[in-house]
Design a protein around this ligand. Structure first.
Ligand code: TEU
Ligand code: CA
Length: 540
């Protein structure tokens, strides 16, 4: 790559992003809810880890039906998180440490308490009425949180659309005045000096509800191009779209720089691999290792000069990866490191979800009253009415529920894990005695330092950003791949399972860069211990 080209490369291609779920990160005033001052307090920790940006889940004013994904005022901070002054301080304190703040942009829907919706309901001839989606009859569209996506409003005498909870009415992107309102609120935040937006369910904004089209509607990309022009287009800005329906064919439509839309999207294909085909996320099956390799390798086939990829295992909606694809008991440390290397060795921009860097695990409950998440609670009620057994539903929630990711961050072994001096809004995982940041920092061999090393490598070694990818031929239980550029060749080998695996690879190791245990001397005939993982420089 020429020096000129390299200079023009956007910062996020060599960056690692850290996701914060503010409600569960750090409380500072003892109300049991994390807050902005808590994030400020922990910036030094994040700087030490080495991350480049924070994706901050919503902190806007919200009734909290879906923990902030139901926004009542886009230009105000919810009092439970602090003030606008706290937010400005967070942006500037982060900046001092070389960390950018990526805000969550939730503009497929608002809260039903947003003044637009209140007016829309009260006054059907108001401009705000058309900011939402109304129909005289409900069709078959379903809400992601169970039941119909239509709710009848007696005052208006019409149904309104809600693809999520009924307290989250969908915005009508066909209305140009509404679109302008959204661009205005985006510019409000851009002017405050944020570094990007993570765009919630952005693939839904082009919906055509009357034809039951939700994701990937015909106008979707027109809207995104318009948004780019009207807002962040000329900024040094990261934009990542949440797109459950992304495919290798449509991902470049969002992320080709020439199309002027987004930097990259999140695609969720790996989440299908331990789910029964055609069923819901609650209907699980064991992970298919061959499928996992195929999905990871397939997304490396993007044309990276004309699109970009994000890399993640976790977020606030997904169960903890070490519990899901690894082993959160006997092999917790090793499998967490294996999964970290497997992902961070790939091409794309890696995202780390809070607690992943210390190997936090799922947090089982024994009854529905311990569950906060609206998605799980609605599913439970719906399936109970259909005759499912309580035990089976709790089992499904323990495997896949969103609260698994949302338990408080485990900072130390004190009461409430150092998260709060009060009563946490969601119970702390009882394993915080062992799994916590303090222990991790004191142990040079911890998962934390493994992540820290991976982040440093991403910054130092262009091969991770630019190098080609080649999947090597192994048994399904092992994933091995090369990364290669003009100067260098790297090999990643991961045993995906809790059993020993044989491999035979052609490479000669020059240098071990990172490993979660001993690296076999002779790769032509090697036995890999459970969850073994290593990264080596090999002969070209
Ligand atoms: O999630 C999008 C979404 O489709 C979720 O319903 C997802 O399918 C589910 O959580 C997986 O279990 C985004 C946000 O990330 C999520 O937290 C919000 O609840 C949702 O949008 C509505 O804003
Ligand atoms: Ca608080």
């Amino acid at each position: 790559m020429t020096a000129e080209k390299q200079k023009q490369e956007p910062w996020w291609k060599q960056a690692v992003i850290y996701q914060i779920y503010p409600k569960s990160f750090q409380d500072t005033n003892g109300d049991g809810v994390g807050d902005l001052r808590g994030i400020i307090k922990r910036l030094d920790y994040l700087q030490d880890l080495g991350i480049d940006a924070i994706w901050l889940c919503p902190v806007y004013k919200s009734p909290g039906v879906d923990n902030g994904y139901d926004i009542a005022d886009y230009e105000a901070i919810d009092p439970q998180y602090g003030t606008m002054a706290d937010m400005e301080e967070l942006i500037s304190e982060a900046k001092k440490r070389g960390i950018r703040i990526v805000m969550d942009l939730v503009v497929n829907h608002t809260s039903d308490q947003h003044p637009w919706f209140i007016e829309a309901r009260k006054n059907p001839s108001s401009p705000e009425h058309d900011y939402y989606v109304w129909a005289d009859k409900a069709n078959e569209l379903k809400s992601a949180f169970s039941g119909s996506a239509w709710e009848y409003d007696g005052q208006v005498g019409q149904y309104y659309l809600h693809l999520f909870a009924k307290e989250q009415p969908d915005l009508n992107w066909k209305n140009p005045a509404l679109r302008q309102k959204v661009y205005d609120l985006m510019n409000f935040w851009i002017d405050k000096g944020i570094g990007g937006f993570r765009m919630d369910v952005i693939e839904l904004i082009g919906k055509v509800p009357e034809e039951e089209i939700t994701a990937n509607g015909p106008k979707l990309h027109d809207y995104l191009q318009e948004m780019h022009r009207e807002t962040f287009g000329d900024r040094d800005f990261l934009t990542v779209g949440e797109t459950w329906g992304a495919t290798l064919d449509n991902a470049p439509l969002y992320s080709d720089p020439d199309r002027k839309e987004l930097s990259m999207v999140f695609q969720f294909e790996f989440t299908e691999l331990d789910k029964q085909a055609g069923k819901e996320k609650w209907d699980t099956k064991p992970l298919d290792y061959g499928g996992l390799k195929n999905v990871l390798a397939k997304w490396q086939k993007l044309d990276f000069n004309h699109s970009w990829n994000s890399l993640f295992w976790n977020n606030h909606d997904l169960p903890r990866i070490v519990s899901r694809f690894g082993n959160d008991q006997q092999y917790r440390e090793r499998s967490a490191k294996m999964l970290a290397l497997l992902l961070h060795g790939l091409r794309g921009t890696p995202y780390i979800y809070q607690g992943e860097e210390i190997g936090m695990t799922n947090c089982p409950v024994s009854a529905i009253d311990e569950v906060e998440d609206i998605e799980a609670r609605r599913m439970y009620q719906e399936r109970l009415a259909e005759g499912w057994k309580k035990e089976d539903l709790i089992k499904a929630i323990n495997a896949r529920g969103r609260d698994n990711a949302r338990t408080p961050m485990q900072w130390d072994a004190s009461a409430s894990a150092g998260f709060t001096s009060g009563r946490p809004w969601l119970a702390v995982n009882s394993n915080c005695q062992e799994i916590n940041v303090k222990n991790a920092l004191n142990n040079p061999d911890s998962i934390y330092y493994f992540y820290k090393k991976l982040i440093a490598l991403r910054h130092q070694e262009r091969i991770l950003t630019d190098g080609s990818f080649e999947l090597l031929d192994t048994a399904d239980a092992v994933m091995a791949y090369h990364r290669e550029n003009a100067e260098d060749k790297w090999l990643v080998v991961c045993n995906l399972t809790g059993e020993e695996q044989e491999v035979s690879l052609p490479d000669k190791v020059k240098e071990v860069i990172l490993a979660n245990g001993p690296v076999p001397e002779d790769l032509s005939k090697a036995l890999l211990p459970p969850y073994a993982a290593f990264l080596c420089r090999v002969e070209k």
